[in-house]
Design a protein around this ligand. Structure first.
Ligand code: CU
Length: 382
């Protein structure tokens, strides 16, 4: 869970020639194109997108502006293209993206369960005519094994999350503030490793991982609420509501995973979006603003994305060995960038990092994310 509030707030100058859109029936849209650039506006209402089916040219820059025209806070995302973005009522944010020749999922993190989703498609007809869209049985088998392998990974992490959260909560309930603080960073790693698919967890994601201000204060709970109590209020007393809820929420999450169905694009796009969120907004230190344990989260986001990719290595080694090698190398490089900040049992305090350190971490993550974003276009079209 994150908010990119205040980040990337590029106000699009609504020049009329750019904002002239062609609206077809049933809320679908084709982006307006002038000689150089396509731009699209996606309005978030309570609780639906208009338009919700969008088609733009593939493999070129497209400007996407989200406007919250509702009265609810909306957290919007185009999985694999635009990382989750919080929009207050009336707020708008613009992104420049380069979609590939495929369809991406558009959704609102808070209301996807109520049908607030759509499709964002990049199309390059000239290319798709020569790209084989059929897939062999062998490929499909390999993709199926990739999904199974990833699900196994997620299950292991969720088991670890339940065990470690129990220890964290026990320390708080026993009044052992030092122990609770020492366990906080490692406990969260289990959650942050499976964050590529956090949107599948529905309300559990904001319940566990919302930061202060992401949700109304009365609804704010989870890890960061306890983080603030431990580091800022320096207390362990009176937190029973939050500790009880936290442990029941992680158990519910673990249970959800048994019935989770995932598609290859869910896994890879989720990882790409997470890496982009890590390098663009988490890099500011917003996630663990009281404890400065941000490197645990960043490293776990990278680990979890790399684990997602690793599940597809067997498939890619046949489908596109060059890409497989490229992504592998780039993840290796991010690991190298993080190495100097590791300690015996974790990571250094994030506030001790220099701006240059943060920049090189962000660059490493971006490079890996960019390479990874080329994987999903190789999947057979469903
Ligand atoms: Cu998080």
């Amino acid at each position: 869970m994150s908010s990119k509030r205040g980040m990337h707030l590029l106000v699009l100058l609504m020049c009329s020639s750019l904002s002239l859109f062609l609206f077809a029936a049933c809320g679908s849209s084709t982006g307006s194109t002038n000689s150089t650039k396509t731009s699209v506006t996606i309005n978030a209402y309570d609780n639906y997108f208009d338009p919700k089916v969008i088609t733009v040219p593939a493999n070129q820059d497209v400007t996407v502006t989200f406007i919250n025209k509702g009265t609810n806070v909306h957290i919007v995302e185009i999985k694999g293209l635009v990382a989750e973005t919080t929009l207050q009522p009336g707020q708008q944010k613009t992104f420049t993206i380069k979609p590939q020749n495929r369809t991406y999922q558009l959704y609102d993190e808070l209301y996807v369960g109520k049908g607030m989703e759509g499709q964002f498609t990049g199309t390059d007809k000239a290319v798709s005519n020569i790209t084989p869209t059929t897939s062999s049985t062998d490929e499909n088998t390999k993709l199926q094994s990739a999904i199974e392998a990833y699900k196994k990974y997620v299950t292991q992490q969720a088991d670890g999350l339940v065990t470690s959260t129990q220890q964290f909560v026990d320390a708080i309930n026993a009044g052992d503030i030092n122990k609770a603080k020492a366990l906080y960073g490692n406990t969260r790693e289990y959650y942050e490793r499976i964050e590529p698919i956090a949107s599948s967890f529905g309300d559990l994601d904001p319940n566990l991982d919302a930061r202060e201000g992401d949700v109304p204060d009365a609804q704010w709970m989870g890890f960061h609420r306890l983080e603030k109590a431990l580091w800022i209020d320096k207390k362990t007393k009176g937190l029973e509501n939050y500790t009880t809820r936290l442990i029941s929420d992680v158990k519910a999450l673990r249970k959800n995973i048994d019935t989770l169905t995932l598609k290859p694009t869910d896994i890879i796009d989720g990882a790409v979006s997470l890496l982009s969120e890590a390098s663009h907004s988490k890099i500011s230190g917003e996630e663990d603003r009281y404890s400065h344990t941000d490197l645990y989260d960043l490293a776990a986001n990278i680990d979890g994305s790399q684990a997602a990719f690793n599940c597809f290595k067997d498939y890619l080694s046949v489908k596109n060995p060059g890409l497989q090698q490229d992504v592998t190398t780039k993840f290796q490089k991010v690991d190298d960038v993080l190495k100097p900040f590791r300690t015996n049992d974790g990571f250094v305090d994030y506030s001790t990092l220099k701006d240059g350190d943060k920049r090189s971490i962000a660059q490493g993550i971006d490079t890996a994310g960019e390479a990874l974003s080329k994987v999903a276009v190789t999947f057979p079209k469903s």
